[in-house]
Design a protein around this ligand. Sequence first.
Ligand SMILES: Nc1ncnc2c1ncn2[C@@H]1O[C@H](COP(=O)(O)OP(=O)(O)OP(=O)(O)O)[C@@H](O)[C@H]1O
Ligand SMILES: N[C@@H](Cc1ccc(O)cc1)C(=O)O
Length: 459
Amino acid sequence: MIICVLNRICSARTCKVVIQRYCASNVLKLNERGLLQDVFPPPSLALQKLLSQPQCFYAGFDPTADSLHIGNLLVLMTMLHCQRAGHQTIALIGGATALIGDPSGKSSERIALPEENVKENTNVIGENITRIFQNHQKYIWEKNRGPLKPVKLVNNADWYNNVSITKFLSTAGRHFRVGAMLSRNSVQSRINSESGISFTEFSYQVLQGYDWLHLLQKYKCRFQIGGSDQMGNIVSGHELISRMGLEEVFGLTIPLVTNEAGSKLGKTAGNAVWITPSKTSPYELYQFFMRVKDSEVEQLLKLFTFCSTDEISTIMEKQTNKPESRVAHRKLAQQVTLLVHGENGLKSAERITEALYSKSADSLARLQPSELNETFRGATMVDILLEPATSVLDMVMKANCFANENDARRIILAGGLHINQVKCTDYTEILSLGRHILPNGISLIRVGKKHYYIIKWMS
Ligand SMILES: Nc1ncnc2c1ncn2[C@@H]1O[C@H](COP(=O)(O)OP(=O)(O)OP(=O)(O)O)[C@@H](O)[C@H]1O
Ligand SMILES: N[C@@H](Cc1ccc(O)cc1)C(=O)O
């Protein structure tokens, strides 16, 4: 079991504290949560033994976009599980490999990225990773379990920028066999295609293989984690290190997160759900997980949260007894948002969700101006000077909600106007604070079913 229950006797008498925690070191048990797809070479007693001691694990991310996405998050989840089990983790940002382009899973050559963009992306992705590890430690990891080994961030540009091509080819290059390189799926699927594969992308596996050698020599890093599309590159590194007669190394792959149509969620497919808040806001991330299919929520709780399998079973039981409660979806959305955006991000996502779904004026009043814009995206924003004795009719005409006063009167009388989520049929009412104007100085007007106006009152 991935979770072991430690029975801690806390006093000589009867006080028994039961703590649920992940077992130290046996990362192979992640299999039971569906997090492991393959282990290479396959699990053996020697591997089990190795994993009972602290080890070093790395995973790489190419900065080919200005954010990580939730597919990459599953790799980070696996790294966090390793960290929780007492291992050292290294997140490698591929500042060099991003310029080469990984052919894995790609049906055509990548468009070369300007070095400047790669540098900018490197910074943002570094921030994404740091934030997630910090949030995990701050909000999810129980402090009484002891300290975690901080994640190390490295950039492979740091070692490739200082190595000459002749030196590289005459040393590392000699250990790569072209026959083996040609046999990789990523190469095979491209070599017979119309556009073929460039030497640049063909050589990608050499660089990823060399990265591992570098991390093994520098940090004794014997484990590499990647999505299942990375197996070919992982095997390249394994072959390089074996040929050099060094310690045995191991690759762990995780399943790919896909959309309903079965395509990998990611940058290339253009269907990514991002980690950077300006690209996918905390509210949008929260809603993405609130909307997953009922049939998938249990598996996603195992993949994307650190809840124990017992806790997940209890949650699922509650959900089955009362499906409309969506407790499983809510737990999933909360835990992922907390990990990615921290407590403030989660609070913001929950405030917006409440404002949209509870339809109460109170929940609107709690929104910050930026959240209000996000909640009612597409709403017309109007600034109006607040004058004494302004009526409902004055307000809607100043905000240009209607073409003329006759339309306004007719539609309001027929029930087509809502102010702060409450229907208003009397256009002669004088605006009052609290009812028409929220304490945050804002009025939300809805005309008909979907035309929103946000009025910011100026005094
Ligand atoms: N949808 C996904 N599910 C699981 N793992 C993923 C997913 N997308 C990417 N990964 C993994 O994240 C790691 C870093 O991937 P990277 O950011 O370099 O490329 P990518 O997101 O796959 O982008 P691209 O679509 O350009 O190939 C790799 O191990 C990759 O396998
Ligand atoms: N090739 C990986 C990223 C990576 C880069 C360098 C490495 O050493 C490891 C992994 C990907 O595109 O998904």
